[in-house]
Design a protein around this ligand. Structure first.
Ligand code: 0L1
Ligand code: MG
Length: 264
């Protein structure tokens, strides 16, 4: 077998391995233990292939997310760059409850989500292009759950594991992109009534719209783009918090209401 063929087969096998752990909510060793020379480009290909496995089972790609968009978050997991992941229909919580079954060590983080009405592509995309392509902006919560033991990984590991994507909740109320200054939005996160995290929208690459620009650029380097109708999670406004069965999470988005999540 040619080298290229061996590599292609391996990426597919690794993708199937990761998909298995994502589907079953079981822990795994870092893939870089077995494949120490894995490149980040390979990791993004593994991510794409693992989502293809889910799509082949009837799931659907409905959005994308940016992760590690704040220096604080990068420091907390020891990875020094922003990354992206893919969101599928089965990840969306239709009710504000999170079942612990099938999850390993979930964490919750508040985000600002964009919903697109036009495609976005290309290395030269601008902030103006993103506003013109945005249907609405929605306060949201992301549930991340690394499949790696102890939430410990390298850049390549976390990219291959779809940037820890697991579940997401969109608020019921959508806002015009021009409703407010999204970088000024203050967010407070409460667990069982106790304030545990606070932050502002500017924590996300100075402004959440810049996260969408960066995502389009990163995707264009791999020949991919964002499509009309997609929901885009722009990145965490605060540190993520661990959640446990019985927890009640409340996140106050300044002037935009409260998102609640009951953990069962
Ligand atoms: O959405 C995120 O910022 C998570 C990116 C992956 C790192 C992590 O699991 O904390
Ligand atoms: Mg996130």
């Amino acid at each position: 077998m040619q080298f290229k063929e061996v590599r292609r087969v391996n990426l597919q096998q690794i993708a199937k391995h990761i998909d298995f752990h994502q589907q079953n909510g079981t822990e795994m060793d870092k893939i870089t233990i077995e494949y120490p020379s894995l490149h980040v480009d390979d990791a993004y290909e593994i991510q794409r292939l693992s989502i293809e496995e889910a799509i082949a089972r009837g799931d659907e790609l409905i959005g994308m997310k940016m992760g590690l968009t704040s220096v604080a978050k990068q420091k907390s997991v020891g990875v020094e760059e922003a990354i992206y992941g893919r969101l599928t229909r089965s990840m969306e919580l239709m009710e504000p409850t999170l079942g612990m079954k099938g999850l390993i060590h979930p964490r919750v983080e508040p985000e600002i989500a964009f919903v697109l009405k036009k495609d976005l592509e290309g290395e030269n995309v601008t902030v103006r292009d993103v506003w013109a392509a945005t249907e609405c902006v929605i306060p949201a919560l992301e549930v991340i759950d690394s499949r790696y033991k102890n939430f410990s990984f390298t850049l390549e590991d976390v990219v291959a594991d779809n940037a820890s994507s697991t579940k997401f909740l969109l608020g019921y109320q959508a806002y015009s992109p021009y409703h407010t200054q999204w970088d000024q939005i203050k967010v407070e996160m409460f667990r069982n009534g106790e304030l545990v995290q606070e932050g502002v929208g500017a924590a996300v690459l100075d402004h959440p719209v810049r996260s969408v620009v960066e995502l389009v650029k990163m995707l264009s380097r791999r020949g991919e783009s964002l499509k009309a109708g997609m929901v885009i999670f722009t990145g965490a406004i605060t540190e993520a918090i661990n959640v446990y069965e019985g927890d009640q999470i409340e996140v106050k988005f300044d002037q935009l209401g409260i998102l609640s999540l009951k953990v069962e």
